[in-house]
Each structure stands twice: as C-alpha cells, then as structure tokens.
Design a protein around this ligand. Structure first.
Ligand SMILES: [Zn+2]
Length: 259
C-alpha cells in the first residue's frame, strides 16, 4: 500500500523498484536468507517476489549496507571501481565493490568486516572476542566509555559531545574506534587492492573525532603494496541506502554499470 502510494505520488510510470533491507539477502532471488536483529522473523521471506506481485514491476532487493555503499560510491565518483564501505551504526557492517560491481560472495555475506577478529580483548555482540565491532560501533563506543569512567553516556552521540568538550576518556574511546577502522581498512585494502574506503553510519557524523586516529594509523600501517589508501566519510546520510537501492534496480533493468 505504502509503495503503491509512493508510485502514484511520483506521477510517472513505475519501471522498477529497489529495496535496501537489513539481513543476509539472496540478491539473485530477492529472498531474505537470514534476518537481522531489527527484522526478526523475515528469514525465508521472498521480499522481491511479494513486492513485485503487488507493484507489477520488477523488484530488486539488496542488503542495506551494500545499498549504502552503492549509493555513496556513485555519489563520490563514477570512475571509482574498487571501494570498501564500512557502516558504523548500532553494529558494524561492511560491503565491497570490485571492478564496479558489488561483490556478494557465495553466501551473500562478503564484506562483513565488523566481525573480523584481532582488535581488542573485548567480548563482541556475536559472543566471540576482539571483533572490530567491539570498538567501532555506536553501541560499543558508549559501552567502552562507561567501562572506563563509570560515568553516564547513553550513546555515541553523548560520548562525542563529551569528547568535543575535552573529556580525555571520550577522546580515547573515539581514538580507539578510529584506529580500529583504519587497521581493518588497511587489511581489506591490502587483500583486495581497494584504494578507497567510505565510512558511514551514525558514528561517522563524529568524523572530527575519528579522523586524527585514522590518519595517524594510515601513516604507520598503510598497505605495503603502496596503494594510496584514502578513508573518507559518507556524504549522503540516510539517503544513501535508498539511492543505492534505486541504482540496484536500474542495473537490473539495464546491466552495464557506468560506475
Ligand atoms: Zn562479533
């Protein structure tokens, strides 16, 4: 109903639709393979088929972090063909564009950089230890600050406000997050020759607090291959997922991506 209403509102014939959805998506069939914490019970749901039946047009479904990266990469540069995306939100998500196209992998799970190990001795939301997410998610930033200080900080935004006021513990928490993101980026760039990393999600709005540690880490831990790795903040805010979903639908109609 909502989608049909939006289509009518646009006043133009609807040719296709794209959806950016949380969870592991089978992008070939548009089925939700594994639901996420925010969409419990969606596993196995044929989202593309259901929406397509109701709208009467082809529907493409892409993982929301993949859609975010596609939207951001298209906005950043049409010539950028190899890009890592890191989404710092409630958790840490990731996505990879190789040779101009999203890389999904055989299980649709490529780019899940948030649960790569070796960044800390802390327990992750997934139950394992030391993952990037233990330092760099919004949830973790607030948790790490409370652990250090015993003080109050409801979320990463509150920790950011404290850091900008000169709070040394808040600054240290953001520095640890920035360093971990840069190390993860350097590893991915080294493996796959990805010269550009786009960092989005709510935590990236504190770029002023992340960037010093990111730049310092790039100076000491840059890819040995000499790739000129650059790590930049996302530009599109909450529009990125929608624009990436549109790009996914457009590419499904007319392959040969200009990106
Ligand atoms: Zn984990």
């Amino acid at each position: 109903g909502l989608v049909r209403a939006l289509a009518d509102e646009a006043g133009v014939p609807l040719a296709a639709a794209g959806v950016g959805a949380a969870g592991v998506i089978d992008h070939e069939t548009g089925t939700v393979r594994a639901a996420s914490a925010t969409f419990v019970g969606w596993a196995g749901f044929p989202l593309a088929d259901e929406l397509g039946r109701r709208l009467g047009v082809p529907v493409s479904v892409e993982n929301d972090v993949n859609a975010f990266l596609l939207g951001e990469a298209a906005a950043l540069s049409r010539t950028e063909r190899d890009v890592l995306g890191v989404m710092l939100g409630t958790g840490v998500g990731g996505a990879v564009i190789i040779d101009g196209a999203l890389h999904h992998g055989p299980h649709g799970a490529a780019g899940e950089i948030g649960h790569t190990p070796g960044y800390s001795e802390l327990v992750c939301t997934c139950g394992q230890t030391g993952h990037l997410e233990t330092l760099a998610s919004g949830t973790s930033i607030a948790l790490r600050y409370r652990e250090r200080t015993g003080g109050e900080a409801a979320d990463a935004r509150a920790v950011a406000a404290l850091a900008r006021g000169g709070d040394a513990d808040a600054l240290a928490v953001f520095a640890a997050a920035g360093r971990a993101v840069a190390l993860a980026s350097a590893s991915a760039a080294t493996l796959l020759d990805l010269p550009t990393v786009i960092v989005g999600g709510g935590v990236a709005s504190a770029w002023d607090l992340l960037e010093p540690a990111i730049q310092a880490t790039l100076r000491t831990d840059s890819p040995v291959s000499g790739i000129p790795l650059r790590i930049v903040p996302a530009q599109l805010g909450s529009d990125a997922v929608a624009l990436g979903a549109i790009e996914t639908a457009r590419r499904a109609l007319a392959p040969a991506p200009p990106l």
